[in-house]
Design a protein around this ligand. Structure first.
Ligand code: ZN
Length: 138
């Protein structure tokens, strides 16, 4: 397979392998920072407290855990076999809150991007980050 990694992504990946903090959100933040984007974190003034906000691009990014936010048709979203109803209700509530927040942000003129944690696994990471970057700066 051809090497499709850009130089930045490759050196970024190397730094991530060395680093200890691989929490998905930190991964995304470090990448965007390496691209020179300025952002705010968990802006409480905005609906749903988006994880990363880019005021200059009028864009809010949520990084959603597939389980807690009920990623449709995702293999990481599996409702436990015990207390199934309780889990289902909990996750449905999270999803309803997510929808409400996104709706509010969009009606306030924000671009909203949702990144799912499964898209940040190593086999799709580069693609996800690059596409996120382009969606932000489009
Ligand atoms: Zn997922």
């Amino acid at each position: 397979m051809a090497d499709v990694h850009s130089k930045e992504v490759r050196s970024y990946n190397m730094s991530m392998i060395r680093g200890k903090d691989t929490k998905p959100e930190i991964l995304v933040r470090k990448f965007l920072l390496s691209k020179g984007l300025r952002y705010r974190l968990h802006d409480k003034r905005l609906s749903g407290k988006p994880d990363i906000v880019f005021p200059r691009y009028n864009t809010a990014v949520f990084i959603h855990g597939c389980f807690w936010h009920g990623h449709k048709d995702c293999k990481y979203y599996v409702i436990p076999k015990t207390r199934t109803e309780w889990w289902q209700n909990k996750i449905d509530l999270n999803k309803a809150n997510d929808d409400k927040a996104v709706f509010k942000l969009i009606s306030d003129g924000w671009n909203v991007i949702i990144v799912w944690e499964c898209e940040l696994k190593s086999n799709t990471l580069d693609e996800t980050l690059n596409s996120l970057y382009h969606k932000i700066v489009h």
